[in-house]
Ligand binder design. Structure first.
Ligand SMILES: Cc1cc2nc3c(=O)[nH]c(=O)nc-3n(C[C@H](O)[C@H](O)[C@H](O)COP(=O)(O)OP(=O)(O)OC[C@H]3O[C@@H](n4cnc5c(N)ncnc54)[C@H](O)[C@@H]3O)c2cc1C
Length: 379
């Protein structure tokens, strides 16, 4: 049976208290003003949250995946955007572990201290679900790479100190994809801010790269092998993002339950009507089921099990789907008040929609796991 140990319970409580007291009161401000909460990132760093998955030798905490999931879920209850920031810090930090020692020394301690945010940039305007279709090229010229291309819809694009970029390093061949680190202040980089429906504090945007010169030692991991190198990190990111969506949805459901216990309609409490009860009961059941799937996925990823890939995809898929359903139902329970900006329900809904969209291709991956690669020629 899945059970938290005493240490994990203590971490869950301290992160919950911190998020409730420090993050929740300001979450609406960052969303409305579309500002990146640097001050809160530093506070979260003091709690060790920005470096949970980074090794202690580089200033991190070295936490296991289950503990990381517990912490991010609690943060997401009170500020979804802060949980996305933490997920991003930990995931890009882990990708850098495949880089040079100098790169690790230069960036990992700063990520753990909340002084540095990196963006992971795979997507391009003509390559979203189909990552192998990317066109950004890194061409080796003596001891440098010269990078040309563009990246679209990248979280943290506007404020990131650097980018972890997927590039083609074997001409246009679909087999030649590599990962390269580029400092944000290199010449030839142009950022265009995008305004989103949700994740509004994350400074989303497009990145144009024109003749950007990058030292050859900025390549992360083996040349032409980025997709297989990134597999475990992508799995982590998927399962953790599923939990983040569920954390936000659990908060929305809790708020809707409280409202149903107090709001009177037709002379009775709203919660006395079975139509409302069934909605809340079904959502509670779906959220708990999805949550267990996420923790099972994290467990399998930690064990490097061969089923980890399919479970990570399922965790992300049902995390986003069930969370969206639960928050949408919570909005219905509140009626017109839920739709208004007086309450955070509409913000929860906008943020969770981003989880659904950003993981658009997961059904294909699960299909590949069940049917076999030969049934999905495009996968
Ligand atoms: C808020 C947000 C943040 C993001 N942050 C980042 C980031 O930090 N870094 C990054 O690299 N990317 C990021 N993305 C991009 C994200 O990864 C892509 O949006 C996602 O991969 C889908 O690609 P697309 O938008 O081009 O959709 P497309 O690939 O054009 O697909 C359009 C629609 O068609 C569906 N579809 C695609 N292929 C098939 C098929 N074979 N059969 C049936 N249906 C199909 C998709 O599910 C989708 O609904 C972000 C996106 C969002 C919304």
């Amino acid at each position: 049976m899945f059970e938290l140990n005493e240490e994990q319970k203590a971490i869950q409580k301290s992160v919950r208290d911190f998020a409730k007291n420090e993050l929740a009161p300001k979450a609406s401000y960052w969303d409305t003003h579309e500002e990146f909460p640097w001050g809160l990132v530093k506070e979260m760093a003091k709690m060790g949250l920005t470096g949970l998955r980074l090794p202690t030798g580089y200033g991190g905490v070295g936490a296991d995946l289950t503990t990381t999931g517990i912490a991010l879920e609690e943060v997401a209850r009170y500020d979804h955007n802060c949980a996305i920031i933490l997920c991003g810090s930990n995931i890009t930090g882990r990708i850098l572990l495949h880089g040079s020692e100098k790169m690790k020394q230069n960036y990992l301690p700063d990520i753990a201290k909340g002084r540095c945010i990196l963006a992971f940039a795979a997507m391009e305007s003509e390559a979203g679900s189909d990552v192998r279709a990317i066109q950004t090229i890194a061409k080796r010229v003596k001891n440098h790479y010269v990078v040309n291309g563009e990246k679209s819809m990248i979280t943290f694009a506007e404020i990131a100190n650097g980018f972890v970029l997927l590039v083609k390093t074997n001409g246009k061949s679909t087999e030649g994809i590599s990962c390269i680190f580029i400092e944000a202040n290199r010449s030839g980089i142009d950022i265009q801010r995008l305004q989103g429906f949700g994740w509004r504090a994350t400074k989303w945007g497009n990145i144009a790269l024109n003749d950007v010169q990058v030292p050859a030692d900025h390549l992360i991991g083996e040349k032409n092998n980025a997709l297989s190198m990134l597999k475990p990190t992508v799995q982590e990111q998927r399962a953790l993002t599923g939990l983040i969506a569920l954390g936000t949805a659990r908060q929305a459901l809790g708020e809707a339950v409280d409202y149903a216990k107090n709001r009177k309609v037709f002379g009775k409490l709203l919660g006395k009507f079975e139509a409302i009860q069934f909605k809340l009961v079904e959502d509670f059941t779906l959220l708990e089921t999805a949550r267990l799937t996420c923790f099972q996925a994290l467990h399998l990823i930690e064990k490097n099990a061969k089923e980890a890939s399919i479970w990570a995809a399922m965790a992300n898929l049902i995390g986003g789907e069930f969370a969206y359903k639960a928050v949408n139902d919570a909005m219905d329970v509140y009626g017109g008040l839920g739709y208004s900006r007086e309450l955070p329900i509409e913000r929860y809904l906008r943020d969770i929609k981003a989880v659904q969209i950003a993981s658009a291709t997961l059904k294909m991956e699960i299909g590949q796991g069940i049917l076999g690669k030969e049934f999905l020629p495009y996968a």
